[in-house]
Write a protein that binds this ligand. Structure first.
Ligand code: F0G
Length: 447
């Protein structure tokens, strides 16, 4: 399916962004020319997936569509037990309602914001053990999403086993720039977890892109298929949470899968309470059917290659223009290094958000801030947390835009980059929620 997009004038965009309280989530999609806010649920389903929608079985319990999804999860991911959920954070809710208690610690690699939100909401701590190299955007290493094994081991030794309900390994590491985790790192993390008797949870939203990078960057995997690599990745994992809106290429859906039948049974209560009966958990039969197909298509080499190469293409354009971004190019997005561009904007005025607004004003392109607004306040001190990086994420919907759109994005960024010295002030927060404020935050021009 194709859809028209509309150009607008700078005057219109100035008005719309002001009305949106300088929060790009508040814009109408019709006021956006190229929408790189997220790759989540924004992709195009294939002809085969649309055909599967027509074949959806809407029985309340034991639907054929549920069994189609169950078969796909067993065959492609290697998990016997799972609970459907309406999206990734709902899967997290079902799992963490069951296993996380106040005072617990969940070490991991740059937990995604909803994951961190679910952990902190329960009075537990999301302990970031990402390798330090991830904070140096100019450093070109193949697996910048990895966990620092020494830091993880120290955490596993420091806290008693019953205080660590899981280690959370996010693939690819979204917050650090869509950066992959190597098979070696997955294996070693799993070994540490097993030694300390702690389950390993994989936040698997972009597991297939991670497998692509293992195949193309890690020695010994060149001749293995994506599906073989995916199976091996999950062989090290006890629990997987999945936002199917990413690498399963559906507009809505998710699930949590388990190695342990006992844990699967314990989690059923929260699935039934919050999502729905255990054979549909928040999804229509047709959506489960399309999701089953998406797991298969999303783990095909040809699709993955064209997708990841489109992101790399934007990276090459930015190289040409001398615009800094998290290197190497990530799986689903380019993360522009805002702090190295808008050097005159103080961090208290939200550097990456300022760049996001500048890019919108320039050409109607919508990206998203991965910086101090997203990082939220410290749950105890309530002070703003300033992360090591201020990034503007430009995420690519799957199978949606052409490289012609990418050229427009690159040219617009170049224009902003050319006038970067003239951007000296950012924004201040006028309204915010106590947790996950970035979605609804209201801002005003600073000064
Ligand atoms: N985990 C990761 C790594 C994610 O990137 C997301 C969502 C989730 C979990 C939650 O899944 O949205 O289905 O509830 N990321 C989107 C993004 C929103 O734009 O990166 P969800």
């Amino acid at each position: 399916m194709v859809e028209a997009i509309y150009k607008s004038t700078r005057e219109e965009r100035e008005r719309w962004i002001k009305e949106a309280k300088y929060n790009l989530f508040n814009l109408k999609s019709d006021h956006v020319f190229i929408d790189l806010l997220t790759d989540s649920g924004t992709g195009a389903m294939s002809d085969k997936q649309w055909a599967r929608l027509m074949l959806g079985d809407e029985s309340y319990a034991g639907a054929r569509s549920y069994h189609a999804l169950k078969d796909a999860i067993r065959e492609i991911l290697g998990f016997e037990f799972f609970l459907p959920a309406h999206q990734g954070r709902a899967a997290e809710n079902v799992l963490y309602s069951t296993i996380v208690r106040a005072g617990d610690v969940l070490p991991g690699n740059s937990h995604f914001d909803t994951t961190k939100g679910h952990i902190e909401f329960r009075g537990a701590t999301a302990l970031d053990c990402t390798i330090d190299e991830a904070a140096d955007t100019s450093l070109e290493i193949p697996f910048k999403g990895n966990i620092d094994l020494a830091r993880l081991e120290a955490a596993l030794k420091k806290y008693p086993r019953e205080k660590i309900p899981a280690v959370v390994l996010t693939v690819t590491n979204n917050t650090a720039g869509g950066q992959p985790v190597s098979m070696e790192n997955i294996r070693e993390v799993s070994r540490l977890c097993r030694r300390h008797g702690v389950p390993l949870q994989m936040d698997s939203a972009r597991f297939a892109e991670n497998a692509y990078f293992i195949k193309t960057r890690e020695k010994g995997y060149e001749n293995r298929s994506i599906k073989e690599i995916v199976k091996e990745m999950f062989s090290f994992v006890d629990i997987m949470t999945m936002s199917a809106k990413k690498d399963a290429i559906v507009n809505m859906g998710g699930f949590v899968a388990f190695r342990s039948e006992e844990l699967w049974k314990r989690c059923q209560m929260f699935c039934i309470m919050n999502e729905g009966f255990i054979t549909y958990g928040g999804m229509s039969g047709r959506d489960m059917n399309a999701l089953a197909g998406g797991l298969d298509e999303g783990t095909e080499w040809d699709y993955l290659e064209s997708r990841v190469r489109q992101v790399a293409y934007l990276g090459e354009k930015l190289d040409e223009y001398g615009i800094p971004y998290q290197r190497p190019a990530g799986g689903h997005a380019i993360f522009v290094d805002a702090a190295r561009i808008l050097t005159r904007v103080p961090r208290e005025e939200f550097i990456a958000q300022t760049l996001a607004i500048e890019l919108y004003l320039e050409a109607g392109i919508r990206g998203v801030e991965i910086g101090a607004i997203l990082a939220d306040r410290d749950p105890v001190t309530r002070e703003n947390r300033y992360p090591r990086l201020e990034l503007l994420r430009l995420a690519f919907p799957r199978r949606t835009y052409t490289n012609n759109h990418v050229d427009v994005v690159a040219a617009a960024l170049k224009n902003v980059h050319d006038r970067r010295e003239r951007v000296t002030r950012g924004y201040v927060i006028t309204k915010e929620l106590p947790i996950m404020r970035h979605f609804t935050v209201e801002l005003d021009v600073a000064g």
